[in-house]
Design a protein around this ligand. Structure first.
Ligand SMILES: [Zn+2]
Ligand SMILES: [Zn+2]
Length: 142
């Protein structure tokens, strides 16, 4: 019995090592040395040392872990966000508040930029990316 346990333990260990060595990141890549995350094909992401590399399947995971979108590859332009017809905030799809939005009131935006252009504000709870583009407001009377 003891032998069986140790065999299966070493099997798990081998699987873990293989996973670490061969796992290609097909989502979003961040470096432990910075606070930015990147598209897998970003030139900066390619320079991240394998030891420092952190892989996220989704941007929601990267944001939750405290990373901000890269200014060069701009992954936040590819994230979908949602809002409600009744409110002026936009959310990540994973936000708890999204679950409370009635399906008939749900509005989907192709990117945070899209949402901001429509005068939506980022949710304080899920903290979706906020485009740093001030010219959106330029020339408009408030
Ligand atoms: Zn990047
Ligand atoms: Zn939210």
């Amino acid at each position: 019995m003891k032998r069986l346990v140790s065999v299966s333990l070493s099997f798990v260990f081998v699987m873990m090592v293989c996973g670490l060595v061969f796992a290609e990141c097909d989502g979003f890549i961040a470096s432990k040395a910075s606070n930015k995350y990147h598209m897998a094909d970003c030139s900066i992401a390619k320079d991240i040392q394998a030891d420092d590399e952190v892989c996220f399947k989704t941007q929601e995971e990267a944001l939750k872990a405290g990373y901000a979108p890269c200014d060069i590859c701009k992954p936040e332009e590819k994230i979908r966000v949602v809002g409600s017809k009744d409110s002026d905030t936009y959310h990540l799809l994973t936000c708890d508040l999204v679950k409370k939005i009635k399906p008939e009131n749900l509005v989907e935006y192709s990117s945070p930029l899209e949402a901001v252009k429509l005068d939506r504000l980022p949710c304080e709870i899920c903290k979706p990316p906020k485009p740093k583009i001030n010219y959106i407001k330029y020339g408009r009377e408030d």
